[in-house]
Ligand binder design. Structure first.
Ligand code: DSN
Length: 419
């Protein structure tokens, strides 16, 4: 955090100031492998912590319900223009508060309660908001879910087509939260076209890779592209919807006034800054290195006997099934956390265990790549992970590794941190 802001918080609320500083130190001293997290730049942080949080701006640039929008309009318009240019989209709405509200807006734009939605099942790697039963999207709509093949753990697009022909969804989602392989947007677009569905591509996890050309883009194949802004895209926590000109009106109406009130202008400014950063050559190199690092980490884990879902990765994410290591995902994740290696336990396809104590762990390389770590560090991380997973109750070993992790992290300062 900016030192001046830290001091201001400390003067008013030392308790919260200390907790923020402690979290900053934790982020500094640990290897963060949560696939959906990152380190934003100091510039993104500063924009997010700015006076823009003071302003209400219901409406869109040039059409607001409150006065005093001279600068806010320019900020939001810059953000929209940068998103359109970076992704090559006809239109961008940068107001969704995050990924789930963005996805809900897609439902509100195109479906009525009870209409059929088709998305990837959560245990196969999909997202809650793609129609999973505990989500509002699985209870207010008729949800049809596709999964992955038992033999390959990859999506079978012939099966998706067959199911879509049978169920005739109004909305078809591609994308998810635990997909280690390239998403074939063209095939989904073709299926959606055949059955007359709106095709929505959720690129929350891979937006930074898409922007940099490290993953194929769903633009212009998808009717709507939904994303968060804080994962591989390396912006503040937020959401965006991009769409074809034909869907612009429906999407804008669904976000405001359909679903949300005033946009979070400080977040919009942070997204605008992140989009400017994402348009640089440096970011392009960064995004390709995320994939190179994930492949290096996956190879090193396989060498050490880890069983990876689909055998490896094409993107920023690895899903490991720890059944062969005789430890549950939750026990492993907690032991790794004690050793300074932070990730999340995760279900694997056809997991016989419950979601709260599943068989797998999910591993991502966006954050460590932001620190400048490369292939040699991925090998070291795999070695530490293997040691911890093989001795999940050895607290002495975990403390020793946590010390080594701190030493490595000191050589790779993270963006945005000042401690
Ligand atoms: N929570 C996000 C993730 O970790 O993938 C998805 O919403």
């Amino acid at each position: 955090m900016h030192p001046a802001l830290t001091k201001t918080i400390a003067d008013v609320d030392p308790e919260i100031a200390e907790l923020i500083t402690s979290e900053e130190k934790r982020q500094r001293d640990s290897i963060r492998l949560i696939a959906s997290e990152n380190y934003v730049s100091g510039a993104v942080l500063a924009a997010t912590g700015s006076v823009l949080t003071n302003k209400y701006s219901e409406g869109y640039p040039g059409k607001r319900y409150y006065e005093g929008q001279k600068y806010i309009d320019q900020i939001e318009q810059l953000c929209i223009d940068r998103a359109k240019k970076l992704f090559g989209a006809d239109h961008a709405n940068v107001q969704p508060y995050s990924g789930s509200p963005a996805n809900l807006a897609v439902y509100f734009a195109f479906l009525k309660p009870g209409d059929t939605v088709m998305g990837m099942a959560l245990p196969s790697g999909g997202h809650l908001t793609h129609g999973w039963n505990v989500s509002i999207t699985g209870s207010y709509f008729k949800s049809v879910q596709y999964g992955v093949r038992k033999d390959t753990h990859r999506v079978d697009l012939d099966e998706v087509r067959e199911l879509a022909r049978k169920e005739k969804p109004k909305l078809l989602w591609a994308g998810g939260t635990a997909i280690p392989r390239t998403i074939e947007f063209a095939a989904y677009a073709d299926i959606a076209k055949e059955v007359g569905a709106i095709f929505a591509a959720d690129i929350a996890h891979i937006a930074g890779l898409v922007a940099a050309g490290a993953h194929p883009s769903p633009v212009p194949l998808a009717d709507v592209v939904s994303t968060t802004t804080h994962k591989t895209l390396r912006g503040p926590r937020g959401g965006m919807l991009m769409c074809t000109a034909a869907q612009q009106k429906a999407i804008d109406r669904a976000v405001f006034p359909g679903l949300q009130g005033g946009p979070h202008n400080h977040t919009t400014a942070g997204i605008a800054v992140a989009l400017k950063e994402a348009a640089t050559e440096t970011f392009k190199t960064y995004a390709h290195q995320i994939v190179t690092n994930a492949k290096a980490l996956a190879a090193a884990l396989v060498e050490r006997g880890f069983a990876l879902v689909t055998g490896g990765t094409d993107n920023h994410l690895i899903l490991a099934d720890l059944t062969t290591k005789n430890v549950s995902g939750k026990i492993a994740a907690k032991a790794l956390d004690a050793a300074g290696i932070e990730l999340n336990y995760n279900s694997v396809p056809f997991d016989p265990r419950k979601p709260f104590d599943p068989s797998g762990i999910r591993i991502g390389t966006p954050s460590v790549t932001s620190r400048g770590m490369r292939e040699p560090e991925m090998k070291q991380i795999a070695a530490w992970m293997d040691q911890v997973v093989s001795a999940p109750s050895d607290a002495t070993l975990h403390a020793k590794i946590a010390g080594e992790v701190r030493e490595l992290c000191a050589k790779f300062p993270a963006p945005g941190l000042l401690v």
